[in-house]
Design a protein around this ligand. Sequence first.
Ligand code: ASP
Ligand code: MG
Length: 409
Amino acid sequence: MTLIVEKYGGTSVGSVERINAVAQNVANSVKSGDRLVVVVSAMSGETNRLIGLAKEVCEQPCPREMDVLTSTGEQVTIALLSLALQQIGISACSYTGYQIPIRTDSVHGKARIEHIDADRVHADLDNGNVVVVAGFQGISEENKITTLGRGGSDTTAVAMAVALHADECRIFTDVDGVYTADPRMVMDARRLESITFEEILELSGAGAKVIQIRAVEFAGKYNVPLRVLSSFEPGPGTLITYEDKNMEQPLISGITVVENEAKITVRGVPDKPGIAYSILGPISAADINVDMIVQNIGTDGLTDFTFTINQEDLQKSMDLLEPVVKELKAETVVGDTNLAKISAVGVGMRSHAGIATAMFRALSEKGINIQMISTSEIKISVTIDKEYTELAVRTLHKAFGLEQIGANR
Ligand code: ASP
Ligand code: MG
């Protein structure tokens, strides 16, 4: 018998009607003969509401009590879903994280799962039950309630799938799969039938948000097939799996956009050893993530040094650089938020030359100026003027023939 872990996010269990619809969905899987473990999030908005309440009571709530508080959202939905299942004749029972138990480290608010004891769940499944598990929560060695970080129910689902040796982990959400581009930007964006763990990680890092990155890493590490699908419309969704070497891969699987990056340029820096370190040292010491880095070849002993960071970190970074600029005797430092990073991602890139050239050609034909370029084995990213974001995404989507791959919506 096939064992499936299904996970439903906040919007999927956002109201009593929706919980009933989820119960129906689960019932269909049960009737098709699968054994089922269902992981749920809190009702949408609930976790935020709880955090808001705590902030009304005190400015800096202690992390231990925050976890006691925020974990309650999922306790509500597991009970309601179990009741809804029972109501339509499906035996079901619910478990909080500590009842299972899902053992985590003791880092409140972003705990990591260390061990799951699957015995009770197996016993319930053997007795013909659907087992409903609270996402996002666990228990530390000192028996304190912990939570796994925002969006953590995805991780719970994957971890349950690993612990139970499930055949597939299905993440039901409000989109019906992973797309070749954001369908709001590109009309003929296509749903991908499958995508590799590597690609989805690059896509997530490059701006596509369908599933928590940590959950994908976890699934990739233990080779659990993951499927992203809609809880509102029937359909096969997108399977996230290992690369199938026998299958012809499309060159590019998706085009994504990041719009919340800022660019800092230090102009007229004396070109000598140690510049990169002097400039980026204080930035990384302040725990600010640097994304792209470009240093031009110097002329007349001077060079420009440019890098990108999250927009939120712009002011702090500029402040940190002020003394550095003085010490290096650089001309100026300028910050710019008017940029977008566009990335093309695909494992097919590995075996094909000329993808970058094709990308640059397509952009140049539309008169879009590329400011910076960075590449990995399966990703090419460029930054451009924000104004051209949609044009660039549509242009690249077309240039790589993405409207012809994947499935119709
Ligand atoms: N309820 C938690 C949150 O809102 C966990 C989750 O939804 O996955 O972050
Ligand atoms: Mg959520």
